[in-house]
Design a protein around this ligand. Structure first.
Ligand code: ADP
Ligand code: MG
Length: 213
């Protein structure tokens, strides 16, 4: 088996069938690789992640995950069947669920739910927050909980859409160091969207600029 997790071929998207929001992207991401997508506001970064997640259908091109085509002009695999996770900048948690229940939300029935939850609470250093609701914890803690939730179903590919932009510099730097360790340890394959080149360099070994593709 190859180590190829994600393969985009000549991928383009248009929201209205006319204007192109994302133009002809070709990219491969291997197991445990961490890739950043850079580009100014409006360059199509979020659109790219929405396409990979299966929330948008491509205008042209294909997306394969673990060697299987999941998106093309005439074929769409449902988002929940892609084995991918997506973390967005804000409102990433369900407001009516505690941290613990948020993390447990996407765990499949046949898995060891309480162990997965306690491991992630521990990994993200939020054990003490497990019974709190999102509005009772800080922005940095909310993003830790959102990252934990996204990793709970053990996605083959984890996508992060500018998840740190609301955090201050000190919090970000703390989180970067921890995340690098967590992602390495778990061999987590990552596609990170950011407009911050420094962040991209700290968190990923490969950077793709949407303006230059
Ligand atoms: P980025 O995340 O890089 O800021 P986006 O992927 O959000 O860029 O947007 C790329 C382009 O697609 C922009 O021109 C934006 O206006 C347009 N766009 C994004 N979402 C929609 C939508 N739901 N409907 C119509 N146009 C959209
Ligand atoms: Mg965006």
């Amino acid at each position: 088996m190859s180590d190829l997790i994600l393969e985009l071929k000549d991928l383009s998207h248009s929201y209205d069938g006319k204007e192109i929001s994302l133009n002809n992207i070709t990219l491969t991401v291997n197991k445990a690789e961490r890739v950043s997508i850079l580009g100014p506001s409006g360059s199509g970064k979020s659109t790219l992640l929405r396409l990979i997640a299966g929330l948008e259908k491509p205008y042209s091109g294909t997306i394969a995950i673990q060697g299987k085509i999941v998106s093309s002009v005439n074929q769409m695999v449902a988002p929940e069947k892609r084995n991918v996770g997506l973390v967005v900048q804000e409102k990433a948690l369900f407001p009516h669920l505690t941290v613990q229940k948020n993390i447990g939300f996407g765990i499949r029935k046949n898995q060891d739910r309480s162990k997965i939850i306690s491991d992630l609470l521990n990994l993200f250093k939020i054990e003490h927050l497990s019974n709190k609701y999102p509005h009772e914890i800080s922005g940095g803690e909310q993003q830790r909980a959102a990252l934990a939730r996204s990793m709970a179903p053990d996605p083959e590919l984890l996508m992060l859409d500018e998840p740190f932009s609301a955090l201050d510099k000190k919090l970000k730097e703390e989180l970067y160091a921890e995340l690098n360790q967590i992602f390495k340890e778990r061999e987590q394959t990552i596609v990170l969207v950011t407009h911050d080149l420094d962040e991209a360099k700290v968190l990923s070994e490969k950077q793709v600029n949407l303006e230059n593709t």
